[in-house]
Design a protein around this ligand. Structure first.
Ligand SMILES: [Zn+2]
Ligand SMILES: [Zn+2]
Length: 345
């Protein structure tokens, strides 16, 4: 194995199937044969040239993947060759303040597969060996490929401190919103989730949402007022990455409640009424990727408390992804999580 098939994003808006060299592992890295990879909103931003951390083209996008370890770097300490793994698609320095304090998601030199170096829309990719987590025999690669976005949701829900009896509002029912809903429910909360796209709301219902609101037809604020007797939600999670829903968060949270900005708009002009945050003593929290959240994530997935199959709406080989990249990147209604199967033809 010296060359591999890869979908290369040559420049914003242009993807092409190419044969490229199989990457070589650094001493602390392994090579993973990619068996399944989700397409994330950030891949789509990267495809359009609108992701702040994806600036270096050409690039192989993709970071939500699972596969098999096939080669080890000289100092790799993680699982041996042949192990089926879910991967945290990160490289961290180990020396900065974030790393030393145990918050490696805040590493000053954080790099991600598909953002700063080759990603997972290809047959083989590189991973730091300490970030490879063996998966149970019974867990399929297509489920394990969801570990990454589920870990994002686990981290966000931990940040929110959601607990038994809380009412959590999740704005946006795409993959991250849906998974935040499922993880918050696993933590004991009741969850209201909203979106404007009916197929996403269907999937939200099928995956256990307590209350589903079509924000194109009903007022989320009215629904929350009715459910809480006018008090407001304990926790509001913004997962749409839209300025309008970001602004809405402060009107949905109860006094003393918590807002978690999970999505980001990459828009310089977002305006939140900080007066509301101050006077109503809200906790307004950011959240980024995850940190030591994979064990809990794999437990949620293997126990079935988080289910992912209803989210998979489309499947592509590498060839099909290269051909249909523009369609995938247009995020048509009904497309929730496209899954790439790089070993299939
Ligand atoms: Zn992602
Ligand atoms: Zn660091």
């Amino acid at each position: 194995m010296s060359s591999m098939r890869a979908v290369v994003c040559l420049e914003p808006g242009r993807m092409e199937l190419q044969h490229v060299p199989v990457p070589e592992p650094a001493p602390d890295e392994v090579i993973v044969r990619v068996e399944a990879s989700g397409v994330c909103g950030s891949d789509i931003r990267g495809f359009h040239g609108r992701h702040p951390d994806i600036q270096d083209y050409p690039i192989i996008l993709g970071h939500e993947y699972a596969g098999t370890v096939v080669a080890l770097g000289s100092a790799a300490s993680g699982p041996p060759v042949g192990t089926r793994v879910a991967v945290e698609p990160l490289t961290v320095c180990g020396h900065c303040r974030g790393c030393i304090e145990g918050h490696y998601q805040l590493c000053d030199h954080l790099k991600l597969n598909g953002h700063h170096y080759e990603g997972s829309f290809c047959e083989f990719t590189r991973a730091q060996s300490v970030f490879c987590f063996p998966i149970p025999d019974a867990m399929s690669f297509r489920v394990a490929a969801f570990a990454e976005p589920v870990a994002v949701a686990v981290h966000a829900v931990k940040r929110s401190r959601a607990t038994v009896g809380d009412l959590v509002v999740v704005l946006g029912a795409g993959p991250i919103g849906n998974l935040c809903m499922q993880v918050a429910r696993a933590a004991g909360a009741r969850v209201l989730i909203s979106d404007v796209d009916p197929p996403k709301l269907e999937v939200a219902r099928a995956t256990g949402a307590d209350f589903v609101v079509n924000a194109a037809r009903e007022s989320v604020e009215d629904a929350v007022r009715d459910l809480t007797g006018g008090t407001g939600a304990d926790i509001v999670m913004e997962a749409a990455g839209v300025s309008a829903t970001l602004r809405q968060t402060v009107h949905l949270a109860r006094k003393g409640g918590t807002i978690v900005a999970v999505g980001f708009t990459a828009d310089e002009t977002d305006s939140i009424r900080l007066t509301d945050v101050t006077i109503r003593e809200l906790d307004f929290l950011g959240t980024v990727i995850y940190c030591r959240d994979y064990p809990a994530t794999l437990d949620l997935l293997s126990s079935g408390r988080v289910i992912t199959e209803p989210l998979v709406t489309h499947e592509y080989t590498l060839e099909a992804l290269a051909e249909q990249a523009a369609v995938v990147a247009s995020k048509p209604s009904g497309m929730i999580k496209p899954l790439i199967l790089p070993q299939q033809r």
